[in-house]
Design a protein around this ligand. Sequence first.
Ligand SMILES: Nc1nc2c(c(=O)[nH]1)N[C@H]1C(S)=C(S)[C@@H](COP(=O)(O)O)O[C@H]1N2
Ligand SMILES: [Mo]
Length: 421
Amino acid sequence: MVDTSGIKTSRRGFIRAGLAAGGAIATAGVARAAGDPAITELQPWMQQLGEGVDAAPYGMPSPFEANVKRRTVPWLTADPISSINFTPLHEMDGIITPNGLCFERHHGGVAAVDPAKHRLMINGLVDRELVFTMEDLMRFPRENHVYFLECAANSGMEWRGAQLNGCQFTHGMIHNVMYTGVPLRLLLEEAGVKPAGTWLLAEGADASGMTRSIPMEKALDDCLVAFKMNGEALRPEQGYPLRLVVPGWEGNMWIKWLRRFEVGDQPWEQREETSKYTDLMPDGRARKFTWAMDAKSVITNPSPQAPITHTKGPTVLTGVAWSGHGTIPRVDVTIDGGKNWHEARISGPSLDKSMHRFYFEFDWDGSALLLQSRAHDSTGYVQPTKNELRKIRGLNSIYHNNGIQTWYVNEKGEAENVEIS
Ligand SMILES: Nc1nc2c(c(=O)[nH]1)N[C@H]1C(S)=C(S)[C@@H](COP(=O)(O)O)O[C@H]1N2
Ligand SMILES: [Mo]
């Protein structure tokens, strides 16, 4: 248990903090008194030598961090082969998702691809059909970009009401990674797209043979054929050795274990009715091509898996925000269910189609809280409430739920997924 007897923060400190939106807050009294045995007594690790540099050729997190892991919701899908796990957003900080914590979504399990035998083909409406080895791809100019990937089903279980207890489960179908790859435009130029070639089919080498259609405009704009994530080779789960990166657009289009592009003159989903990621509207019609992910945010701490563990006093609220349409210049937060909104402090890089990290430091008076965050993106769009979304989209949808999330925090600091009207 944390000793909070030393915490003393004046009421005046709270008012000052409130005025300086997201600014400095009085943290005097947070530290504990000298004499804490954890500092005055020698700990075991100070009394023996540690492991040498040959102990862990590939490093792993501290065993004390064993709780920081992807988690599944077993009842969500019938089988773990075609299923999903979730990024532990409440355990993270900054904007980059470590490779081992990136959520996974597979339709036919993780393909175990030998890079020496992996090929990328471009065929269809092109002047020259081409086949690239991994080595061939390494001879093209490459670029580095940080992008979020969000599954369109993220928060999908929350359409009808608050359901899953933790931001890992409500919002964890997202990761934010620095990719290294070749602009797809360069490969398409090499093949020479015929004037009629307005669509691209991307195909994966996994057992599900997943395919998705991408409009040529997007393919030529900012898509990447990526082989590195956060500086190292893609993880098998993320499509080793090659994946398509479709910045700002739903995760489903980011084909993993990428093996082929076919250039065509219409979307394949139209011909074969294979598009799965459609939004069913109240009148029974479906919104089909909803690719870009709208602005969204969530408070990651406090949250149901990350309660407040101290009593009243200085408290750090943090979360993430992102938009498939640009950057996030502003995030508002409320701790009283929307009576008062405060501008949060964004810290870290503000990159196009990337996660942003925000903070709001406040002096908790120990009473119950209703926490919400609201993202604004660089187009001027403001994240809607869940009820505003429902008015337009009804209750039949699964995909593209970017509504405002509410956490109720009780006097003990425990948090719960709730909705307020
Ligand atoms: N080949 C292939 N690509 C795929 C999938 C798949 O099952 N097979 N799943 C898609 C879906 S629905 C999503 S949300 C993302 C998930 O990417 P991740 O596993 O890196 O999180 O990959 C997409 N690309
Ligand atoms: Mo997805």
